[in-house]
Write a protein that binds this ligand. Structure first.
Ligand code: HEM
Length: 463
C-alpha cells in the first residue's frame, strides 16, 4: 500500500493540467479532458454540452473562491463526502451535505473551538509544547525527525483537548496503535482518489479496514467513558467531545443528530485536528531551516516583541511576522492541498463570464491557486514579508477553506503553531542534518487528502 501511495501526487497533477490547459480543466475520470482554455477561446456558454458522466471541474481563478465557497452559500458538498451515508443522523459534520443541517451542527463545534474554550485548553497544550521542547533538548546537536515528532505532538494535543486522554506519543516516542490505524487507512484514501464509488472499496483493501477499526474502537471507548463521567454544571467543558455531549444532554438543536453522528464526530475531531497541524508545523520548520535569513529575522523579532514566547491564544496576531511565517508555509504547502469539491446549484453558477451548469462538481485547486504567478510574485519563494499589508481573506489563500465550510479549528491550529515555533526560535538554531535529504522532503510528499510527509531530519543547536 505504501509503495502504491508514493505515486500519489494529485495536487501536482492538477497544477500541471492547469499550466497546460488553462484556468478550467476537467478532473477525476476526465482528468485528461481539455474543456476550456481561458483567454484563448471564446467563453463556452454551455459546458454541459461537452461534459458527460461525473462532471468535475477544477477552476483556478481567484474569483471562483467566493462563488464556490463563501456566503451566501450556493454550493453543497460533492458526493465524495457521502461515502459513509447520506443520512444526516449517521454522519459527521464534515460529511454533512445538507446546508441547513450542516450550518446548525457547526455551531457547537464553534463553541468547542472558540476563544473561551481555547483559554481552558491552553495550559494543557503548553504542557505538550514543553514536552516537545524537552525532546528537542535531548536530541540537541543530533538529527531528529521532525515529521515524526510534529505528528506525536499533533496527536497528543488532540487526545488531550479532544477527549482529555493522553496518547503518550511524545513520551513513548512511538505511534499509538489506534493512530497507526488511521495512517494506514489514509494511505488507502490517497490511493483510491476522490471518485466516490471507489471509496466504498476501502473496507476491502487488506490492512486499511483493520487499521481503521482499531481507531474507531478507541474513539468509541473514549466516547462511552466520557458519557459516564459526572458533568459539573456551571463549568465549561474541558474538551471538545464534552461540548458535543453537553449539547446532546441539553437538547441543543446544534447537537449531533443521532448516535452514529456523535460517533463519527468523535473520529472527525482527532483526524481533522492532528495531521493537518502536524504537517503545517513540520513544513514551517522545513522552510525556516531552508531560509536562515528569515529564521534569524524571526528570532530577532521574537526576542524584541515576545521574549517569553507565546503562551496562549491571547497572543493572537501580536507578533505579525510569526503569523506571516505560518501563512507563507500554508500557502506553499497547504496541509489539504487538493481542491475541495462542491456541487453547483440547479440554476448553475457564473464565474466571471463562464456559466457552470447546475450539478457540476467544482473546486478551486488550493495548491495551484496559492502558487499562481498571476497572484503571487515569485510564487515558489518562501517570503513571509510578502504578507505585510496583505489580507488572508482578500488573497487567493484558502488552506482552511472559506465560508460555511471553513475549518472551525483554525484558531486552535494557529495557537499551537505560534506556541511551538516561538519557543523553538527563541531557544535554538536549526539546520538540516543532510542537505540532500532536504530536497527529498520536497519531492517525496504524498497527497492522501492531507499531506503525508517524508522524514525531516533537523539538527537543533542551543543558542
Ligand atoms: C493547520 C491546521 C489545519 C488545517 C490546514 C485545516 C484545514 C481544514 C480544511 C481545508 C477543512 C475543510 C475540509 C472539507 O471541507 O472537506 C477543514 C475542516 C475541518 N477542520 Fe480543520 N484544519 C486544521 C486544523 C484543525 C484543527 C486543529 C481542528 C480541531 C479539531 C480542525 C477541525 C476541523 C473540522 C471539525 C472540520 C470540518 C468542518 C466542517 O465540516 O464544516 N481542523 N480543516
Amino acid at each position: 500500500m505504501r509503495s502504491a501511495a508514493k505515486s500519489v501526487k494529485a495536487f501536482e497533477d492538477t497544477q500541471k493540467l492547469h499550466e497546460k490547459f488553462g484556468d478550467i480543466v476537467g478532473v477525476g475520470e476526465y482528468r485528461q479532458a481539455f474543456l476550456h482554455q481561458s483567454a484563448q477561446l471564446a467563453p463556452c456558454p454551455d459546458l454541459s454540452a461537452i461534459i458527460s458522466g461525473p462532471r468535475e471541474l477544477s477552476i483556478n481563478r481567484a474569483s471562483a473562491i467566493s462563488v464556490i465557497y463563501e456566503t451566501p452559500t450556493r454550493t453543497t458538498r460533492s458526493p465524495w463526502y457521502a461515502q459513509v451515508s447520506n443520512d444526516v443522523t449517521k454522519i459527521s459534520l464534515n460529511s454533512t451535505r445538507v446546508l441547513k443541517v450542516h450550518k446548525l451542527r457547526k455551531k457547537v463545534w464553534e463553541r468547542g473551538l472558540g476563544f473561551r474554550a481555547l483559554a481552558v485548553y491552553a495550559p494543557r497544550i503548553k504542557t505538550k509544547v514543553n514536552l516537545l521542547l524537552s525532546k528537542i533538548a535531548e536530541h540537541s546537536g543530533r538529527p531528529m525527525d521532525m515529521t515524526e515528532y510534529s505528528m506525536f505532538f499533533g496527536f497528543d494535543v488532540m487526545g488531550e483537548i479532544g477527549f482529555s486522554k493522553d496518547f503518550h506519543m511524545l513520551e513513548s516516542e512511538s505511534e499509538h496503535p489506534a493512530i497507526k490505524g488511521v495512517h494506514e487507512s489514509m494511505l488507502a484514501i490517497g490511493v483510491l482518489g476522490t471518485v466516490p464509488w471507489l471509496l466504498s472499496m476501502i473496507s476491502k483493501v487488506p490492512g486499511a479496514a483493520a487499521g481503521f477499526s482499531r481507531f474507531t474502537t478507541w474513539c468509541h471507548q473514549q466516547l462511552q467513558e466520557k458519557r459516564k463521567a459526572t458533568v459539573l454544571k456551571n463549568r465549561d467543558p474541558r474538551d471538545i467531545i464534552s461540548w458535543l455531549i453537553k449539547s446532546l444532554n441539553e437538547g441543543d438543536p446544534s447537537a449531533p443528530p443521532g448516535e452514529m453522528a456523535i460517533q463519527e464526530d468523535a473520529r472527525l475531531l482527532i483526524i481533522a485536528g492532528s495531521d493537518t497541524t502536524s504537517a503545517a508545523l513540520a513544513n514551517a520548520l522545513y522552510f525556516l531551516a531552508s531560509n536562515p535569513d528569515t529564521y534569524q529575522h524571526l528570532q530577532a523579532t521574537l526576542r524584541n516583541q515576545c521574549p517569553g514566547g507565546i503562551q496562549d491564544w491571547s497572543y493572537e496576531k501580536r507578533i505579525p511576522y510569526l503569523d506571516y511565517v505560518i501563512q507563507e508555509t500554508l500557502r506553499l504547502k497547504p496541509s489539504v492541498p487538493g481542491g475541495l469539491p462542491r456541487v453547483a446549484p440547479p440554476e448553475g453558477l457564473m464565474i466571471d463570464d463562464e456559466f457552470i451548469p447546475g450539478g457540476t462538481v467544482v473546486a478551486v485547486p488550493t495548491f495551484t491557486v496559492q502558487r499562481d504567478p498571476r497572484f503571487w510574485p515569485d510564487p515558489n519563494a518562501f517570503r513571509p514579508e510578502r504578507w505585510d499589508g496583505l489580507s488572508t481573506e482578500k488573497s487567493p489563500w484558502l488552506p482552511f477553506t472559506r465560508g460555511q465550510w471553513a475549518c472551525p479549528g483554525r484558531n486552535l491550529a494557529m495557537m499551537e503553531m505560534r506556541m511551538v515555533l516561538s519557543h523553538i526560535a527563541l531557544q535554538y538554531n536549526v539546520s538540516f542534518a543532510d542537505p540532500g535529504a532536504a530536497k527529498r522532503f520536497d519531492l517525496d510528499v504524498m497527497d492522501t487528502f492531507t499531506l503525508t510527509l517524508p522524514p525531516l531530519h533537523l539538527v537543533f543547536t542551543p543558542i
